[in-house]
Design a protein around this ligand. Structure first.
Ligand SMILES: *Cc1c(COP(=O)(O)O)cnc(C)c1O
Length: 404
């Protein structure tokens, strides 16, 4: 007996032109940048234009561009200037690029538990880790869904601790009526290929604080005091500048950002409506005072209802041409070798050697909600080029494989 394969539809992908909006406008800007003959942002105007337009768009006083989202986090951590062994509370489920800069600056990432329904950190999960060694809190707004910032900011200001928002997945998402990246002390963004706006690789930092702004500018520029009388390299820093070509592409992308977010959110609302009432699956909840910008579309999958849970549903969807990611990442960041084997600088294990032992217990028993959260998460790919037909296709595929 042969089984008929159901017809499949190819979804647009954010890894190529099908799911990206790169086009004539970017080509025009890149051409313009090239013709100037100035490709470094230290002399050109495209990166500078990007920075002021982005600050305006987000509503921050300062914005600086850099080479990646990881570099953005690194600039932020460097600006906060932890002493070796200082602790920085962060998310268990996040991109490695949000964590390695902490170690490079000699500080200890201290992992907070995740809300199992959003995988985000919360004030309640951060609170138990606050100590006299806490130098900053880094929160990741995962999948474009903001962390509950009011409670987090209340907690942080009670202790006088700065908050860094990792907005790599959350361009123009809001919490309490404000754009993420303007609520905490510093905002960090990524313009990597798959983010809401892209120039292949790239990053942005935002802040209202002039001192931190200056330190982040310096960090991206080998800490050279351009324009200062008696300019010098003041302290340890890298070159993580964006090029003018990347700046030109990003400038074109920024013009389309609102439209991109609108497309992603309206289609997400359509899918949410279409999936309403299907037993065993539920979209990730969005806080009442927040707007989610859907970097991806996430489902909570109940393994008591759906055979094999998220993994089972992913397998069935794969046969319909929909490649989803059960669990998002295979394991929490602290299960990677960097943390488990302390692979850092030579054999030194620095800076872990300076850490309190209780913050280094990277295991399942310490983080039950993080592991449980990953277990029942299914991440659907998402981008601004989805049409109503794609949404109908995804919704009917899900209904069909769940026998609804
Ligand atoms: C993409 C991403 C980063 C890192 O950005 P890169 O540009 O890849 O270095 C950091 N944090 C989060 C949450 C991300 O999604």
């Amino acid at each position: 007996m042969t089984t008929m394969n159901p017809p499949t539809m190819v979804l647009p992908s954010d890894q190529d032109a099908t799911g990206r909006t790169l086009g004539d406008r970017e080509i025009e800007l890149v051409t313009e940048a090239l013709r100037t003959g100035t490709l470094t942002s230290t002399k050109g105007s495209f990166v500078a234009r990007l920075e002021s337009a982005f600050a305006r768009q987000i509503g921050s006083k300062y914005a600086y561009a850099c080479s990646s989202g990881s570099a953005a986090i690194h600039a932020a951590i460097s600006a906060i200037d932890p002493e070796p062994g200082d602790e920085i509370i962060t998310s268990s489920i996040t991109d490695m690029g949000a964590l390695t800069p902490i170690l490079y600056q000699g500080a200890i990432p201290v992992f907070a538990e995740s809300d199992p329904r959003t995988l985000n950190v919360t004030a309640e999960t951060i609170k138990p880790w606050i100590s006299e060694k806490t130098k900053a809190i880094v929160v990741t707004h995962l999948f474009g869904n903001p962390c509950e910032m009011k409670a987090i900011m209340d907690l942080a200001s009670l202790h006088g601790i700065p908050v860094i928002e990792d907005c790599a997945q959350a361009f123009l998402a809001t919490s309490g009526g404000r754009n993420v990246g303007t609520i905490g002390t510093i905002g960090c963004f990524s313009m990597q290929q798959g983010k809401h706006m892209t120039c292949g690789e790239g990053g942005l930092v935002t802040t209202d604080d002039p001192v931190l702004a200056r330190r982040m500018f310096l960090f991206v520029n080998k800490c050279y005091g351009y324009g200062d009388t008696n300019a010098d390299h003041y302290y340890l820093a890298l070159n993580s500048r964006l090029t003018e070509i990347q700046g030109a592409v990003a400038l074109g992308q920024l013009e389309k950002l609102e439209e991109c977010v609108h497309a992603r959110t309206t289609h997400a609302a359509k899918l949410t409506a279409a999936l309403k009432g299907i037993p065993g699956i539920e979209p990730f909840p969005v806080a009442e005072d927040a707007t989610c910008v859907y970097w991806k579309y996430c489902l909570l999958v109940d393994a008591n209802v759906v055979p094999d849970g998220a993994i089972g549903l992913a397998r069935l969807l794969k046969a319909r041409g929909i490649s989803s990611a059960p669990r998002y990442i295979q394991k929490p960041a602290f299960m990677c070798e960097i943390f488990q084997k302390r692979r850092t600088f030579g054999k030194s294990e620095f800076p872990f050697t300076l850490a309190r032992p209780e913050v280094l217990q990277y295991n399942r028993t310490q983080y039950p909600m993080t592991f449980a959260g990953l277990e029942h998460t299914l991440v659907l790919p998402w981008n601004e080029r989805y049409t109503d037909e794609h949404i109908d296709y995804i919704a009917s595929a899900i209904k069909e494989v769940l026998g609804h």
